[in-house]
Structure formats: C-alpha cells, structure tokens
Design a protein around this ligand. Structure first.
Ligand SMILES: [Zn+2]
Ligand SMILES: [Zn+2]
Length: 155
C-alpha cells in the first residue's frame, strides 16, 4: 500500500510528473490532501487569472466521459483515462507546490535523458496504468506496463 506523502492515509491519487530532462517524480496523495492542495492552488490562481480565462477553465470538460473541471476539482477524481490529458494544463501548476516537500526524498534520476516526446508518452502511459489498475483491467494494464518498461529501457 502506498501512503500519502503528506499524512499517514492511503494514497489514492498517483501522478507522474516531469521535473526536467530525464527526471520524473511520482506524486502520491490521499484524497483529502489532494483536494486540499487543489483548493489552495485554485484560490491562488483566482487572484491572478482574469474572469474570462477562469470561466474557460471551469467550463472545460472531457469529450469522452463528460467530466468537467469543476466536478473534477470538487471530487478530486477522474472519470476516465483521458481526463489526465484533458486537464493536464490545469493540474500541472497544482503539482508545482508539491516539489518543496517531495524533492528531499531523493528519487534516483533515470540514466540517459529521454526525448520530450518519450517523456510525454511515459507520463501518459503511467497515468493510464494507474487508472486501469484501479478499474481492475489488469490485462490492458499489463500491456501498458510492458510498453513503459520498453520506453524506460530506451527501446
Ligand atoms: Zn494525505
Ligand atoms: Zn473523461
């Protein structure tokens, strides 16, 4: 069982983030901490973003499952694997605030930098994998896992 990075609860949100060339970091949070983080971040954003821009974010929704950013924010849950991509822009700044707490845990950076495209693919695959595991779709998950290994080994 993976623990939340901020409290002893079980982590239910798992996000892989790209820190820089060849450097990725896994973020594990329980639902409460994730929501708290998102709420804090959105309040911060609200100060700097114009009204029009803000309503665009709020009205954004997934074409696959229909999840809106508002719904995602309030439940802290994704509706389908595509949502990670749909709301990527909105989620990215939320994760920046985590860095201070996670850096010192010292994950070993991978050997040999991957191209940007490979990193993007890896990130997406990892997110899909988490989702498939949660949905107990293990056969599909196994295929994704193999692809991740291939990418990580630079094949
Ligand atoms: Zn927590
Ligand atoms: Zn969706």
């Amino acid at each position: 069982m993976l623990k939340c990075q901020r409290c002893p609860n079980k982590a239910v949100i798992h996000i892989t983030e790209i820190l820089g060339p060849g450097q990725v970091e896994d973020v594990h949070l329980c639902e409460n901490c994730y929501k708290a983080l998102i709420t804090a971040q959105l309040q911060q954003q609200a100060g700097g973003v114009g009204q029009q821009e803000r309503s665009e974010i709020v009205n954004k929704s997934c074409s696959h499952c229909g999840l809106t950013f508002t719904a995602f924010r309030s439940h802290g849950r994704f509706g389908c694997a595509q949502d990670y991509t749909v709301f990527q822009e909105e989620i990215a700044p939320l994760l920046e605030s985590l860095h201070g707490q996670t850096r010192h845990e010292g994950k070993t950076p991978r050997r040999g930098p991957l191209s940007q495209a490979q990193q993007a693919e890896l990130t997406q695959l990892r997110q899909q994998l988490q989702w498939l595991i949660r949905e107990e779709r293990y056969e599909e998950a196994a295929r994704i896992r193999d692809r991740i290994r291939q990418l990580e080994e630079g094949r």
